[in-house]
Design a binder for this molecule. Structure first.
Ligand code: B16
Ligand code: MG
Length: 214
């Protein structure tokens, strides 16, 4: 029986993926590295530093750790500038209603996001006190596809992995959830989100029967 739904944040609750892309694109342009939306798909769900390394690889650029940290900081400053203007209107379709349904049924809800900006995003959405657990990139040592973030969430909720369903928009996140021994529903395109138990476009037509059936 499903006792908790664990949500990824970027690309599942809110479309911050477009702001990550805008900030990375700005950096790639400055470095003269060709970078497009298809390349950006590989950055979803992975850590900030790993994302930068993927971009530097595209440009065959080898930099020192110090230089990389400087660039990652530069990207994050732009990203924070974008998300600071965000509000509730940017929640993805059906999210708020679905959360209400889960709460009314006594199903626990958690966030498991690689983002170190999770707190700021939840504040912008007025979602600070909505979740039973919020596990973010500042609290874990191993990034997705490592299962640590999801296992930390189920531990925090005192639940077994098989009692949790994960909602993810990234391949790395789907792999992490599977490795944690959880069911996973992909949010996005079926062709991209291979390995998920089910894929939905968004939360508009989701119901509890669908979750129990996977
Ligand atoms: P930050 P999620 C992930 O969040 C994003 O998908 C990924 O693109 C980003 O690089 C990562 O967070 C780190 O984010 O730079 O804000 O710490 O999808 O796990 O909610
Ligand atoms: Mg995501």
């Amino acid at each position: 029986m499903i006792k908790a739904c664990i949500f990824d944040l970027d690309g599942v609750i809110v479309d911050t993926a477009k702001y990550h892309y805008m900030a990375w694109k700005k950096l790639a342009d400055q470095l003269n590295i060709p970078f497009n939306e298809k390349d950006n798909e590989r950055l979803k769900g992975v850590s900030r530093m790993k994302s930068l390394e993927i971009i530097l690889d595209l440009g065959n650029l080898n930099l020192s750790l110090e230089e990389k940290e400087e660039l990652a900081q530069k990207k994050n400053n732009w990203y924070v500038e974008y998300i600071s203007k965000m509000d509730k209107s940017e929640l993805l379709p059906g999210v708020e209603k679905f959360i209400k349904i889960l709460k009314s049924k006594g199903i626990k809800i958690a966030i498991a996001s690689a983002s170190k900006n999770t707190k700021l995003i939840l504040e912008r959405l007025n979602f600070e006190d909505v979740f039973d657990a919020v596990i973010d990139g500042t609290m874990i040592s191993n990034a997705k596809p490592n299962p640590e973030i999801f296992l930390t969430a189920s531990n925090y909720l005192s639940l077994k992995p098989e009692e949790c369903v994960v909602f993810e928009d990234a391949v790395a996140g789907i792999q992490a959830a599977k490795r944690a021994g959880m069911k996973v529903i992909g949010v996005g395109e079926e062709e991209v989100l291979k390995g998920a138990d089910k894929v939905i476009k968004n939360f508009e037509n989701i119901n509890l029967t669908l979750i129990e059936s996977i």
